[in-house]
Design a protein around this ligand. Structure first.
Ligand code: SF4
Length: 293
């Protein structure tokens, strides 16, 4: 198999085969991210993709699900994606469910009709690393799009019948804009119909511009209690009828699951309890030990 650099897989689909169709990230500019700093973006050669499919087919000819790598394979134009999906079907004829990650901007180069055609070829689920719905915050972290782009592109996915995830990056606006980041993100996410909203907490990794700014006093990171308060504010304003998962260190397993709206009050109560009684030192220690997003 051809894998370039560190492999990041969706931990919620641990048993699916992985197929690298692109390397790196086209954007590679988010101020908090270390994932693909050393890996220039390129599409994998079709011969590599074909060889890897032959290997997967030899191991699991009945595979029905597959996860495509790397950061944003969704950026490939319709015709390139369609050719790859057709090749997947040729080697794995029972394939039903192709999952891949992407940026909001990756959808700009595809029409709804093209997205529908890709769905017919198996593209069923997309994970969008949205991070915020607040324009100030999106500019601050150099995401490269604004809230109106999120709405426009997510509505295209809905029209095409493709399920998608949206992520919220807790803490990334710092103290000065925490409230706006939480509320505006919840408002924008709530105007979409994601199958799942996932939240992760900001860790300042060495080598990232945001960490450098924090060391110079130009970025004011939240402490653990403020992270929980921001997460609570986001959840309070979120009205999507979706699954909800959080990677938040200690409380995550109590909060994650389907039917967010049915569980919302319990989630808010669990967060209130953590805010009042949680061991913030322990949360900070867990975060300090994180090595990657
Ligand atoms: S967060 Fe995602 S889009 Fe941003 S640089 Fe990292 S991999 Fe690329």
């Amino acid at each position: 198999m051809h894998f370039t650099g560190t492999v990041y897989r969706n931990p919620y689909w641990p048993t699916w085969p992985l197929l690298e169709i692109t390397q790196g990230c086209t954007h590679n500019s988010c101020k908090f991210c270390t994932m693909y700093k050393e890996v220039p973006f390129r599409m994998s050669p079709m011969e590599w993709i074909e060889q890897d499919l032959q290997e997967i087919a030899a191991m699991d000819p009945n595979a029905r699900t597959i996860q495509l790598l790397s950061a944003n394979p969704l950026v490939l134009r319709y015709d390139k994606l369609a050719a790859i999906f057709e090749m997947i079907r040729r080697y794995l004829p029972k394939m039903e469910y192709i999952y891949l990650a992407g940026r909001v901007t990756d959808l700009r180069n595809k029409t709804v009709e093209e997205l529908k055609a890709l769905r017919e070829l198996g593209m069923r689920e997309i994970s969008l690393g949205v991070e915020s719905g607040d324009d100030w915050t999106l500019d601050r972290i150099q995401k490269g799009y604004h809230a109106e782009d999120i709405l426009e592109q997510c509505h295209k996915l809905e029209e095409a019948g493709i399920d998608y995830w949206m992520t919220f990056l807790n803490g990334v606006a710092g103290k000065s804009h925490s409230r706006e980041h939480a509320i505006h993100s919840a408002e924008i996410f709530s105007q979409c119909r994601p199958m799942l909203v996932g939240t992760g907490g900001l860790t300042l990794f060495p080598g990232t511009p945001l960490k450098d700014e924090a060391e110079r006093g130009a970025f004011d990171p939240l402490n653990e209690k403020e992270m929980l308060e921001e997460l609570r504010l986001f959840a309070e304003h979120l009205t999507c009828d979706c699954s909800f998962i959080t990677h938040h260190t200690v409380v995550g397993s109590n909060l994650s699951g389907p039917h967010f709206l049915q569980r919302k009050e319990k989630i808010l109560a669990a967060l209130d309890h953590e805010i009042r009684h949680g061991d913030m030192e322990r949360l900070a220690a867990i975060r300090r030990n994180k090595r990657t997003l």
